[in-house]
Design a protein around this ligand. Sequence first.
Ligand code: 5RP
Length: 230
Amino acid sequence: MDAREMKIKAAEAALAYVEDGMKLGIGTGSTAEEFVRLLAEKVSAGLNVEGVPTSERTARLCVELGVPLKSLDELPELDLTIDGADEVDAQLRLVKGGGGALLREKIVAAASRQMIVIADETKVVDCLGAFPLPIEINPFGQKATQIAIETLCSKMGLSGELKIRGRADGSVFMTDGGHLILDASFGRIPDADALANQLNAIPGVVEHGLFINIASLAIIAGPAGAREMK
Ligand code: 5RP
């Protein structure tokens, strides 16, 4: 089974949790897009759901495939969010934001009664941090914010490079909300809960990619099929 087939397997298993009439949060990334494709098939066969997209990219795909969309202001309380992740640990703590959508992803997941993560087994880790942690920052005072993050990290014994995310054409990556992303390569984050709390205390940090106590189920696909982590 190749990487795409594993993503499809995880997305298929998640679709079993979608019920008629549900209000759904719809994630961002290549795995979430497989879910959107399968959901669109069910919608065209008569499933009645409404979705809140977590990015402009996801919104475009949903519109193209005919998945009905609403804004989070129109549907502020959601039944279920289904989204991918860059890393998942045994406590269902996540690193997200590889696609740069972490702020809307976290807002949408927090507005949902349940968040299900879909991923292939390469995303399961013993310790978070091998994937660079995306930290969304306000462009105002970006250097001061970067220094504050570096100071915090060195106090916490975390060392690694912090890099403003760029695009392939050399321009700076801007999120849907008009913010920058700092990717922090730590290697290992021994105390993810403490780091999450302390990052939230830095004023220029809009949000970070540590999702803690948000997901309640992960569907992990491997060559042998999909399994659940709770
Ligand atoms: C986007 C995300 C994605 O869910 C995460 O990057 C995983 O993406 P993929 O399914 O393409 O590996 O957090 O901000």
